[in-house]
Design a protein around this ligand. Structure first.
Ligand code: TYD
Ligand code: MG
Length: 481
């Protein structure tokens, strides 16, 4: 662990003539990548792990750290010695309290847990501060809400609160970046919820490096974690993201906190998604939907309608599919644009989809349907800024690609669901009922499905025509001939 020597170590007496390495802890220099946390013993210009340039910070480590530098031991919450039988360990009730925002509670697993630490990440301007100010107004706690901002002045925060209609008298504001001051404040006031905007702006006076550097961020997070656990104060941190969308600073921050929430969404639409990528007190599959309005973020019950609003009518390159996120399914549009390439290596640009998976799907389309793609640039986008990891949208991606190449729009009011295998076969998908629940209400009259989903689909009480296909080439024939 990082870093300093305990002040009293200067006065420790050596029992026999000493040399530095014996009485004082051994110092060791390490260089840590600010972007991904990669560690090395020498400075490097380019990180071999994340390929970023000029991201290495020096971190001085002490080999035999003094006891006060070992947060876990000091806090005592995981430092019990001895063992217990699993069956005899009493299940402590995690006392939860609602954030007052239903969509947020859903991804938190029912609300904030006492003494937990939550990290909220996302692009600049996506709505992190807005959401947390709204939470300050609605959270169901009797205690004070301590809102610490290292980025904005009190009057700026007040202006936002006024705009959002937050008037709660138990909110106390603090514009502060010193970790020592903030930790004193938390110990004195013992708030019901503490919000810190943002972790990268805080600095500890005991560490010489700049705010936002690896050692500062790491130590300040560890210090706050100590406070959260020992005083049982729930803390919410805002984290900046790098240009790849990861939380800036070493990955270790994500390991330390209990819950990590990421905002998704693109600047052009008002839809915002909040995803729990880590949750020690709940599931991680869930996605919360919000709309950015004049009065802040409003929870969205029916995200499909919002995701499909404004979609082009009968436009080549646009296909509607359905993806399942946690306990809900949403309909969304996949768009593809294929254009002749002027590069030796044609471009494969994707937004919201895995580039490797899309390249593989393009290869399947090329080889199984005899479509020339190798000299074309491919731009594929999930409209609304959502990230999809599901394979059930494979067929929709390839239909959008084919539609763009052939300049033919898909049949009207038709949606497409199915996973594509390497031999061009279509594989069944799960949760059909959920996927199709919204479809007929939003005007869809037919759906192309893998043949293997026939028995599941035929039992559904949905008023739609199902077109079953077993192969990618059959699907292309049915939809575009
Ligand atoms: P903000 O929460 O400051 O973003 P972050 O903290 O993630 O950087 O949100 C800023 C954006 O939200 C800004 O572009 C204005 C917009 N906004 C609204 O549309 N309505 C509102 O009520 C508020 C407070 C902000
Ligand atoms: Mg902000």
């Amino acid at each position: 662990m990082c870093i300093r020597l305990a002040p009293e170590s200067r006065f420790r007496c050596a029992p026999y003539p000493s040399y530095e390495g014996e009485t004082m802890a051994k110092k060791k220099s390490q260089f840590v990548c600010r972007s991904c946390g990669y560690e090395t013993s020498g400075w490097m210009g380019k990180c071999p792990s994340c390929q970023e340039y000029n991201t290495f910070d020096e971190v001085v480590e002490v080999k035999s750290a003094p006891s006060d530098a070992k947060p876990a031991l000091r806090a005592g919450w995981i430092a019990e010695r001895g063992v217990s039988k699993l069956s005899e360990v009493s299940k402590e009730n995690e006392p939860r309290f609602s954030s007052g925002i239903a969509e947020l509670d859903r991804i938190l697993g029912g609300g904030f847990v006492e003494g937990s630490m939550t990290l909220v990440g996302g692009d600049p301007g996506i709505g992190k501060s807005t959401l947390l100010m709204q939470v300050s107004g609605t959270v169901r706690t009797d205690g004070e809400i301590l809102y610490v901002s290292g980025e904005e002045s009190k009057s700026q925060i007040k202006m936002r609160a006024d705009r959002l209609g937050v008037k709660r008298s138990s909110i106390v504001l603090c514009s502060q970046t010193s970790f020592e001051h903030i930790s004193e404040l938390i110990s004195e006031r013992h708030p019901g919820l503490c919000i810190i905007d943002s972790i990268q702006t805080l600095y500890s006076e005991e560490i010489s490096s700049a705010p936002g550097s690896v050692s500062q961020t790491r130590e300040v997070t560890a210090g706050l974690l100590r406070i959260a656990k020992s005083l049982n104060v729930p803390i919410v941190l805002v984290g900046h993201v790098t240009k790849d969308g990861a939380i800036a600073g070493p990955r270790i921050i994500e390991h330390m906190v209990d819950t990590v929430l990421y905002f998704e969404g693109d600047g052009s639409s008002s839809l915002r998604m909040l995803r729990a990528t880590k949750n020690r007190f709940g599931s991680t599959g869930e996605l919360a939907f919000f709309e950015m309005t004049q009065k802040g973020l409003a929870g969205v019950e029916n995200a499909s309608a919002l995701l499909l609003s404004g979609r082009p009518h009968m436009a080549p390159g646009s296909v509607i599919t359905s993806v399942v996120e946690g306990s809900r399914a949403v309909l969304l549009e996949i768009q593809a644009l294929m254009s002749p390439s002027s590069y030796a290596n044609p471009q494969r640009m994707t937004q919201g989809l895995d580039k490797g998976r899309v390249s593989m799907l393009l290869a399947v389309l090329e080889s199984k349907c005899k479509v020339g793609i190798s000299n074309m640039d491919a731009y594929i986008n999930v409209v609304g800024g959502m990230r999809i990891d599901e394979t059930a949208c494979d067929l929709a991606v390839l239909c959008a690609v084919f539609s763009s190449i052939s300049s033919k729009a898909l049949r009207e009011n038709t949606m497409v669901i199915g996973e594509v295998g390497l031999t061009g076969e279509l594989r069944p998908v799960s949760d059909l009922e959920k996927r199709l629940a919204d479809a007929s209400r939003l005007g869809f009259t037919s759906c192309v499905l893998p043949g293997a989903s026939k028995s599941a689909a035929s039992r559904l009480p949905v008023k739609m025509d199902f077109i079953y296909v077993d192969k990618l080439s059959e699907a292309i024939d049915v939809l575009f001939s």
